[in-house]
Design a protein around this ligand. Structure first.
Ligand SMILES: [Zn+2]
Length: 602
């Protein structure tokens, strides 16, 4: 009887499985013979179909877009875990793979769908999951993806229809990593900090000149990434994927620009990514980010298969070198904590040292034409005629624009927007419970020029001079103290150091400090000027200014205002950066003793 029951049960369980038709997991890309990408709804459906047919794929969401769409997320883990702590406990690395940050460039989405389908159906690559778990964002810019049509990328060869580059609010997400104006980006930064990824991949399609490479890549090996991780790329990861890609007939090359736009013969130039971009942001966070840029003129199918190969080879290498990568990431974080002690001078920029190396570049033949519309020359490429060029590659970059890392920064409580951003980016700080009178380094700006048009929705600081001086100030209770001995040091320096082109000051978060709010009357100044001129320094400075600056000399308002600035009535806060610096440990420890227990925030 028992035996019969068991047989019936087995028949029910297995019969049920095998009687179902196995679901069709063919991705949209294959159904359309490599010519189409699924729209948002079909993408979500396919993500859910994959999750429903696999023990290791889970469907999740990372947030809701401004237009109300869920931003999909697939978590791929051997045990089906979705919590970072559980995955870490298994010793696995976590790789983020992201597509459609620019929704007109969906190659990464379709490449990953092929890869996940292969994992489920033919168990291809399943062995990587012993050491690696994947967090996959098929569409980051979901609202942009819904502007789905054939005419979004004028230079690009397919797919048939695609999304739009920017979000519904017209933000370019790949300029928003540090300022995080877009709510999508705030969700992303929270995801980044919750998972603490070991390796990141950002998938794009490039504009620009024609050449043979279906895929170019960028990796931050220019001094802006920790040395140990840079070596891991240069000595291990990169040679491995280069060789594998060559063998698969998808030769790769660094994502570079020609020194003169479109003109291959001028040579190639390299650059280090800033923190507004994902690869620069990841580097400042001590993590490797692989930027994939497939070539817009190649067919959609070629681009997707090239991305597939690049992802496959990267996952394979990371899986085989998982422990080493984890160790280097941990060491890089520890190096950051001690950055100021080991080397207090930190570069804000990296520039070419003028040296070049000759490299082989797989280009195509071109003819120079004269335009009958513009009268200028333009490049007519012929992709049927491959040409191998020997070109100077201005590859090596040197650090520039150094700052002294302070022991801490101090932010007055009224700049809450900045404090909220520190919190978002998981920067550690504490709040003061009492007022403290202390000497600090104060920055004052001169000759500030704001941009005449906005960039990414912000009026940025285009030009400014600054000077730093020691001043005794009253730091109010509630102010925020940000120590630099922490793993996020390079992120927070770029946020707060005015001279960084990524700083919140240069992004226009502090533009109100440049505005004069009180003005003087001529009849008041006419009475005060004779007394002011009794000061020899003022007199000499005034006479020199009148001689050398004709614009000033012919502008009575400017002259009155200049004398106003020499009186005690002048606004002592105008052009003064509210963010102060503490440059010694004694002062920092005084502030630490005033740490408010109310707010032991991370
Ligand atoms: Zn892009």
């Amino acid at each position: 009887m028992k035996k019969t029951f068991l047989s019936l049960l087995l028949l029910f369980v297995f019969g049920n499985i095998f009687s179902q038709n196995s679901p069709d997991l063919t991705p949209w890309f294959e159904k359309t013979k490599g010519t189409e990408t699924p729209d948002y709804a079909a993408t979500i459906d396919y993500c859910k179909l994959l999750a429903a047919n696999s023990k290791f794929i889970r469907y999740s969401e990372m947030g809701i877009s401004p237009q109300g769409r869920p931003i999909p997320l697939l978590i791929i883990d051997k045990n089906g875990f979705t919590l970072p702590a559980l995955i870490r406990a298994k010793g696995r690395s976590v790789v983020l793979i992201q597509a459609c940050v620019h929704a007109g460039e969906p190659d990464g989405k379709d490449a990953m769908f092929l890869l996940l389908r292969d994992m489920i159906v033919s168990q291809k690559g399943l062995q990587w999951l012993d050491n690696v778990s994947i967090v996959f964002i098929p569409i980051f810019n979901v609202d942009g993806h819904e502007r789905f049509r054939a005419f979004n990328r004028i230079n690009q060869n397919g797919p048939k229809e695609m999304g739009w580059r920017t979000t519904a609010q017209n933000y370019n997400l790949n300029r928003d990593y540090l300022k995080a104006d877009a709510s999508e980006m705030k969700d992303w930064v929270r995801l980044f900090n919750r998972w603490n990824f070991d390796f990141l991949v950002d998938c794009h399609t490039t504009n620009g000149a024609d050449y043979q490479y279906p895929l170019t890549y960028s990796l931050e090996v220019n001094g802006n990434l920790d040395k140990g991780l840079t070596q891991w790329i240069e000595k291990g990861y990169l040679p491995y994927v280069e060789q594998k890609m060559e063998a698969a007939s998808f030769p790769i090359f660094p994502y570079v620009n020609f020194r003169n736009w479109h003109d291959v013969t001028t040579g190639l130039k390299n650059y280090a990514s800033s923190l507004k971009l994902m690869n620069g942001y990841a580097a400042a966070n001590n993590r490797i980010c692989l930027l994939i840029e497939t070539h817009q003129l190649k067919s959609y199918a070629v681009r997707v298969y090239a991305t597939y190969e690049m992802l496959k080879n990267s996952l394979e290498y990371i899986s085989n070198n998982n422990k080493e990568l984890q160790m280097l990431n941990a060491a890089a974080d520890a190096n950051s904590v001690n950055l100021r002690i080991n080397d207090p001078k930190m570069p804000l920029d990296f520039v070419s040292d003028g040296d070049s190396v000759m490299v082989e570049f797989k280009g195509v033949h071109y003819d120079l034409k004269v335009s009958e519309f513009t009268g200028q020359t333009w490049f007519l490429y012929d992709s049927t005629r491959p040409v191998s060029y020997q070109l100077p590659f201005f590859k090596s970059l040197i650090p520039e624009n150094f700052i002294e890392i302070p022991v801490a920064y101090v932010i007055p409580s009224e700049w809450k927007e900045i404090v909220d951003l520190l919190k978002l980016h998981s920067v550690e700080y504490f709040e003061l419970k009492n007022n403290v009178s202390m000497e600090v380094l104060v920055t004052e700006f001169e000759e500030v020029e704001l941009s005449s048009s906005s960039f990414e929705g912000r009026q940025i600081v285009q030009k400014m001079n600054s000077k730093e001086e020691r001043r005794r100030v009253l730091i109010s209770s509630g102010s925020i103290v940000v120590p630099t001995a922490q793993k996020k040091v390079r992120v927070l320096v770029h946020m707060l150091e005015a001279k960084s082109s990524d700083s919140y000051l240069q992004w226009g978060f502090f533009n109100s400090i440049f505005e004069q709010k009180e003005y003087t009357e001529s009849y008041v100044m006419e009475k005060m000027i004779p007394d002011l001129l009794k000061d020899v320094n003022i007199k000499t400075e005034f006479e020199a200014k009148m001689k050398t600056n004709s614009e000033f000399a012919s502008n009575p308002r400017a002259i009155y205002n200049w004398f106003y600035s020499k009186t005690p009535y002048w606004d002592e806060k105008i052009n003064v950066y509210p963010i102060m610096k503490i440059d010694n440990y004694q002062d920092f420890s005084i502030l630490e003793q005033q740490k408010s227990l109310r707010n032991l925030i991370r």
